[in-house]
Design a protein around this ligand. Structure first.
Ligand SMILES: Nc1nc2c(c(=O)[nH]1)N[C@H]1C(S)=C(S)[C@@H](COP(=O)(O)O)O[C@H]1N2
Ligand SMILES: [Mo]
Length: 224
């Protein structure tokens, strides 16, 4: 018991020291605290994955709708991404390592061609979970369709086999950073739209844009 408490104190002190360091380096957004864990947050239960029936669909305001099987998706070129994660429930996790398919890469390769009037991308996941991003943000270097975390396939509770993920790249203050809920776990498709379409959390009160540096947590631009 006593040992446990002193271990907790030592861990918490390490966490606080690291948090202070991140703050000094301007990497800790307002209202956030750091964690060394990887919390799991989602509505409902973790869906099963069946590699034979799984399909990834792209439709809506695109020149050619596509459907890829799991083996076709796995054959797409992958990139690595190191980002800081910021969750609206106030935890931040720094220097996380991801690997997956870049949206802008899919467009550059010609696999997806958005129509000129496309303005938003809606990530659609298992069981109807949705989240919206302006196309310009989904095309940024800090958004990835991730298959791997920390060198290994995603764990089921973190979105296996595929999730959207969004975070801060150190030194890239030119990019918009949005909270982690804007990355859908168990991602099954991308719908390109010509107008905004708020997703699951956005409808239930989360901020539509969710910029981490402006603390856009709930409501619309609530600190503006
Ligand atoms: N499919 C799905 N994706 C989701 C969610 C969800 O409920 N369902 N929750 C979001 C929220 S609110 C957060 S904070 C992150 C959490 O990701 P993690 O569990 O890997 O930390 O997933 C996001 N993606
Ligand atoms: Mo969240």
């Amino acid at each position: 018991m006593f040992e446990k408490v002193s271990k907790w104190r030592a861990n918490n002190q390490a966490r606080r020291e690291f948090q202070d360091k991140m703050k000094q380096e301007n990497r800790l957004p307002p209202g956030q605290r750091t964690t060394f864990k990887f919390p799991v947050i989602h509505i409902g239960t973790v869906p099963d994955f069946d590699p034979d029936s799984w399909k990834f669909s792209v439709w809506g305001a695109v020149e050619n709708p596509i459907q890829l099987s799991w083996s076709e998706f796995q054959a797409l070129p992958r990139q690595k991404l190191k980002i800081d994660l910021h969750c609206v429930t106030q935890w931040s996790k720094f220097d996380t390592h991801w690997e997956g398919v870049s949206m802008s890469g899919l467009i550059e390769s010609g696999l997806i061609t958005p129509k000129p009037e496309a303005t938003h991308v809606i990530q659609i996941a298992e069981k109807g979970y949705k989240t919206n991003l302006p196309l310009s943000i989904a095309l940024q270097d800090n958004f990835l369709l991730a298959t791997h975390y920390d060198g290994k396939p995603l764990e089921p509770q973190h979105g296996y086999p595929l999730r959207g993920v969004m975070g801060h790249i150190v030194g890239r203050d030119d990019l918009e950073d949005v909270y982690l809920w804007k990355g859908a776990k168990w991602l099954r498709g991308l719908k390109f739209t010509t107008k905004d379409e708020p997703g699951t959390w956005e409808i239930s009160g989360y901020h539509n844009e969710g910029d981490v540096w402006r603390e856009e947590r709930w409501g619309r631009r609530w600190n503006k």
